[in-house]
Design a protein around this ligand. Structure first.
Ligand code: NDP
Ligand code: MG
Length: 412
């Protein structure tokens, strides 16, 4: 039996009976794409799950409406200027309203929370997740950046504090579902599927002039802006390769990516005897969200069912890593280890934000990431404070790069 798979897939640990009691869930990033779909799942299963905490960055309007519907113990907004508005709007309800990022970091440790679902976007997910793990909370992990930045640290803590990290990302949920019942069997490799995004099959020349609007049109999934751009650039797949390494304790050589444009097979595991298990279904994040919340049980749902007759042709291609360089850069960062994945994550967050505000071009995003990989100080065994510094310094460096880039590069 491998050692690391233990903490996420062990079934005989008393976890089975968890659904006998209503689970108190802290939903971090409740106003986003994953957050709102999590609330859909909870609404449909209110005999199983209760919202204990809602958090948002600045969307006060939606947070207020969610709080009125779910009446959590806590509603937390990062943007402190929205505090009064929320406090007043919820004054007739028994909800504690708090403001600031530190409030999220502190309150995820509340003794009454059973599980923390991390659906905030980016590096901001790291510290609340670490605090929740240290407080013994199981994690339903959507925020893949947490494992990209500090996978070794975070999975090490999960083992130390005996908590489960249950994947929400559809590919990782698929792998996780394929592994259930296979705890003693060695994985030969995993095959992560990628839709290929809106620019599948396009050339570098074409990508040189694509706009944010084109990049935001994902063929199969409706998601937040950052992950949608990551999907268009294949960085999302790179981040998922790193996420998978840490979740399933794999060597980099055991992780393959294959383009599957229909997004019906969500990923696969190949075992030592050559057998491949795949998990399939229509693209709908509510299924992996629900599985993470209800694991190890499956809960009856009314999600639309997949019909093979609607998809007579499921197809597969090799990813084009010379046009979509980010996937290659992510593998390289994973191979180099240390703080290198943290560097690519920070550089990518800045590059994507710049692309979304039309201050850099689509192809320039890979140049920014590559320059950061070359220029930032490499740390082989980073501590948490090294990760925090690396993130900060890389962001500054990437921002300066963008300012200094000639207009031509910005447009390409
Ligand atoms: P969204 O942009 O839709 O939502 C992000 C959420 O996080 C919002 O609630 C937002 O608040 C909050 N937030 C943003 N920045 C901060 C911050 N600095 N501090 C605290 N909270 C913040 O993102 P998604 O739901 O698409 O993605 C969330 C995470 O899940 C990402 O890590 C993504 O990679 C991952 N994921 C998403 C999938 C999807 O289908 N969407 C699939 C698989 C993984 P506000 O609304 O106020 O801005
Ligand atoms: Mg995914």
């Amino acid at each position: 039996m491998t050692t690391k798979r233990h903490y996420i897939v062990q079934r005989d640990d008393g976890y089975k009976n968890i659904l006998n009691k209503v689970k108190n869930i802290a939903v971090l990033g409740s106003t986003g794409s994953i957050g709102t779909q999590t609330l859909d799942v909870i609404r449909d299963n209110n005999h199983l799950f209760k919202v204990f905490m809602l958090t948002a960055h600045s969307n006060a309007y939606l947070l207020i409406n969610q709080a009125i519907e779910f009446v959590p113990e806590y509603a937390i907004i990062c943007d402190e200027s929205k505090y009064q508005q929320i406090k007043e709007a919820l004054s007739h309800l028994p909800i504690k309203v708090l403001a600031g990022y530190n409030a999220i970091k502190d309150m995820v440790t509340h003794p009454d929370i059973d599980m923390v679902l991390t659906a905030m976007v980016g590096f901001a997910g790291l510290e609340p997740t670490i605090n929740a793990i240290k407080a013994g909370k199981d994690i339903a992990l959507a925020n893949k950046e947490t494992l990209v930045v500090a996978g070794e640290l975070v999975t090490g803590l999960a083992k130390e504090y005996n908590v489960k990290i249950l994947p929400v990302d559809s590919e990782h949920s698929a792998i996780f579902q394929c592994l259930t019942g296979e705890e003693d069997n060695k994985i030969e490799k995993i095959i992560i599927t990628a839709s290929g995004g809106p620019f599948r099959g396009k050339t570098t020349d074409f990508l040189a002039s694509v706009t944010r609007e084109q990049a935001l049109k994902h063929p199969n999934w409706v998601m937040g802006a950052k992950i949608t751009i990551d999907s268009a650039s294949l960085m999302n797949k790179g981040l998922e390769v790193i996420e998978a390494k840490w979740l399933f304790d794999l060597e980099v050589s055991q992780i393959d990516v294959i383009v599957h444009p229909q997004s019906i097979i969500h990923s696969m595991v190949q075992f030592e005897d050559g057998s491949i298990k795949a998990q399939m279904g229509l693209p709908d994040m509510k299924l992996p969200i629900q599985y993470a919340l209800s694991y190890p049980n499956r809960v009856k749902s009314n999600f639309k069912r997949f019909d093979f007759m609607d998809y007579p042709n499921l197809s597969f291609e090799k990813p084009d890593v010379s046009t979509f360089r980010n996937l290659k850069l992510a593998y390289e960062a994973l191979n180099r280890g240390g703080n290198m994945p943290c560097i690519i994550n920070a550089a990518n967050e800045i590059a994507v934000a710049a692309f979304l505000t039309n201050t850099t071009g689509f192809l320039a995003m890979s140049d920014i990431i590559e320059s950061c990989m070359q220029q930032m100080v490499y740390i082989e065994k980073p501590s948490l404070s090294d990760y925090l510094n690396t993130d900060k310094e890389t962001r500054i460096f990437a921002q300066n790069l963008i300012k200094e880039m000639p207009l031509k590069a910005l447009q390409s």
